[in-house]
Ligand binder design. Structure first.
Ligand code: SF4
Length: 459
C-alpha cells in the first residue's frame, strides 16, 4: 500500500537517509495544514492543560458545552488539597446566547460560582464561538473582581486563533497576572518546578528528591498548585522547566520581570533524571547540596538500572514510534529507549521547535522518520513502513495504535503510574515490557481485518 503525503506536509517530514536534515531542517512552528486532520490540540486545550491542575481554582468554560468536555477526567493531575479543579463548569452557550450575546450568562455563572463554591480564583476560558460573537469577557471578569475582591482571570482562547502552543502562551500570561502583584516576595534558596502537572503524582516524586538534597520547591506550575503557593512563586531563586513546550514563555517572562533565572531539566529516563538533579544542584554552587544530589542519583540510578537490565533481553530487536506534545520530551524518550535497547524509528511532536528537531536528528538512526504536527494517516503509514512494535503518545494516538494491532504506552495525560524520576524509569521499563511482549498483538494482527502490512512496505 502506498499512502499519499499531502504536498504541503512534505517539508514537515524528514528522513536523515535522504539528507533532509542538512537542507534547512524541518518545517515546524507553523499553522496546521487545512484538511490534514492534525493530531494537534486547539488553543483552548493548550491553555486548559496548563491551568487545570491548579487545584482550588474554579475553571469555567464560556462556550458551548462541547468545549467543556475537556476536563480533569482526561488529565489526571493529583491533588494534596482541594478537589474543586476536578469538577467541570460551563456557561453552555445556546443559539439564543450566540445571537444576543453571552456576557450576561457569564456574569450570572460567576455569581453562582461565588455563591456556592466561594473560590479564591476563577479562570474563564472563552472558546471559539465567543471569539466570533465578541463578548467582552475581560470586562465581565473585571466587574466580578471588583464585586467579590477575588481573582477572576479571562483566558481568551478561541480554538481557531492558532494551535496548542498559542494556548500555552495565553496560560503563561494568565499566570503572570496572578504573580505580578507578588513580585516583591523575598528571594529564598528554593526553586519552582515549571511544566510538571503531577500526573500520577510525579510532582511529589520530584519534590521528594529536592527535599532530600536540601532545596525546597515553593510552587509547581501547575501540578498540585494552589492559589496561595502560586503567589509565593516569585520568591524562588531558580525556575526549573520540565515541559519546555508549555512553560518556556512563562519562564522567560519570570526572568525578565522578576529576575528569576531558569534551566531546562527533564526527569524522564536514567540519563536525563540524573542530569536534571545534578544541574539543579550545580546551579546553587553549594557543596553540601551537590554531595547530597550525587548520593541520591548514584543510589537511585543503580536501583532503576538493575530493573532496566532485567527487562533488556526482552526488548531485543524491538522498535518504537514516539508522538508526543513537545520536542523536549521526545528527546528524553529517545534516550530512554536507547538505554533500554529499543530503536526509535519514528519520532514527532505537536509543537516541536527547530533546535529540538536538530537534537532529535542527532539521536536517531539514519533511516528514522521525524515529523512535526503529524496526522493519523501519516503515523499509520510510517508505523507500517518501519515495523514499529509500540507507539508512545497520548489519548488521541491510543486508538490508532490499537486499530493497527500495536502496543501503546500513554506518556501523556492519562497515565496511571508515574513515569518521571527513577520510579518512572522502573515503571516505564515494566510497562513497555508487558505491553510490547503481550501475545494479544500477534493474535490481533493475524485475525483483525485491519491488516498491519509487511515491515518494510513503503507508503
Ligand atoms: S476548537 Fe473551538 S470549539 Fe473545538 S474545543 Fe477548541 S475552543 Fe472549543
Amino acid at each position: 500500500m502506498r499512502t499519499q503525503i499531502l504536498d504541503e506536509r512534505k517539508k514537515s517530514i524528514i528522513r536523515k537517509e535522504r539528507g533532509d536534515c542538512g537542507g534547512g531542517g524541518i518545517n515546524c512552528e507553523a499553522a496546521s495544514v487545512s484538511g490534514a486532520v492534525s493530531q494537534r490540540a486547539c488553543v483552548y486545550c493548550g491553555a486548559r492543560v496548563v491551568l487545570n491542575p491548579i487545584t482550588d481554582a474554579f475553571h469555567l468554560v464560556h462556550g458551548p458545552i462541547g468545549c467543556a468536555s475537556y476536563t480533569w477526567d482526561i488529565r489526571g493531575s493529583l491533588t494534596s488539597g482541594s478537589t474543586l479543579f476536578r469538577q467541570a463548569f460551563s456557561t453552555d452557550l445556546q443559539e439564543r446566547d450566540i445571537i444576543f450575546g453571552g456576557a450576561e450568562k457569564l456574569s450570572a455563572a460567576i455569581d453562582e460560582a461565588m455563591r456556592i463554591y466561594r473560590p479564591k480564583l476563577i479562570f474563564v476560558y472563552a472558546t471559539c464561538i465567543v471569539g466570533v460573537i465578541g463578548d467582552d469577557v475581560e470586562a465581565v471578569c473585571r466587574q466580578a473582581e471588583k464585586k467579590y475582591g477575588n481573582r477572576v482571570v479571562a483566558v481568551k482562547a478561541p480554538g481557531f486563533a492558532g494551535h496548542k502552543a498559542e494556548g500555552y502562551r495565553l496560560a503563561g500570561n494568565a499566570l503572570m497576572t496572578l504573580l505580578k502583584p507578588h513580585a516583591a516576595e523575598p528571594r529564598e534558596k528554593s526553586i519552582n518546578i515549571l511544566g510538571d502537572y503531577n500526573l500520577a503524582g510525579e510532582m511529589w516524586i520530584i519534590k521528594n528528591y529536592m527535599r532530600e538534597i536540601g532545596l525546597p520547591v515553593i510552587s509547581g506550575f501547575t501540578g498540585d498548585a494552589s492559589c496561595d503557593t502560586l503567589t509565593q512563586a516569585p520568591g524562588a531563586s531558580l525556575n526549573v522547566v520540565q515541559c519546555a513546550g508549555s512553560m518556556t514563555h512563562l519562564a522567560r517572562r519570570m526572568e525578565e520581570e522578576f529576575g528569576i533565572p531558569w534551566i531546562k531539566a527533564s526527569f524522564f529516563g536514567l540519563e536525563d533524571a540524573t542530569r536534571a538533579i545534578m544541574d539543579i544542584a550545580e546551579f546553587f554552587g553549594d557543596q553540601a547540596v551537590r554531595a547530597r544530589a550525587a548520593a541520591l542519583t548514584q543510589r537511585e540510578s543503580a536501583r532503576a538500572a538493575a530493573v532496566v537490565a532485567r527487562c533488556k533481553p526482552h526488548f531485543a530487536g524491538k522498535k518504537a514510534a514516539i508522538f508526543v506534545g513537545g520536542g523536549f520530551k521526545a528527546i528524553s524518550l529517545i534516550r530512554q529507549f536507547t538505554e533500554m535497547g529499543i530503536e526509535t524509528v519514528i519520532v514527532g511532536a505537536q509543537t516541536g521547535k527547530p533546535e529540538e528537531y536538530a537534537v532529535i536528528a542527532g539521536l536517531v538512526n539514519d533511516d528514522a522518520v521525524i515529523l512535526d504536527d503529524a496526522n493519523p494517516a501519516e503515523l499509520e503509514a510510517f508505523m507500517k513502513e518501519k515495523g514499529a512494535d509500540i507507539l508512545v503518545g497520548g489519548v488521541k494516538e491510543r486508538p490508532l495504535a490499537y486499530k493497527l494491532g500495536l502496543a501503546f504506552c500513554d506518556h501523556n495525560h492519562e497515565r496511571k503510574h508515574p513515569l518521571a524520576g527513577y520510579e518512572g524509569v522502573v515503571n516505564f521499563a515494566r510497562e513497555i515490557n508487558l505491553s510490547i511482549n503481550s501475545p494479544v498483538w500477534r493474535h490481533m494482527r493475524t485475525s483483525c481485518r485491519f491488516s498491519f502490512g509487511q515491515p518494510g512496505e513503503r507508503p
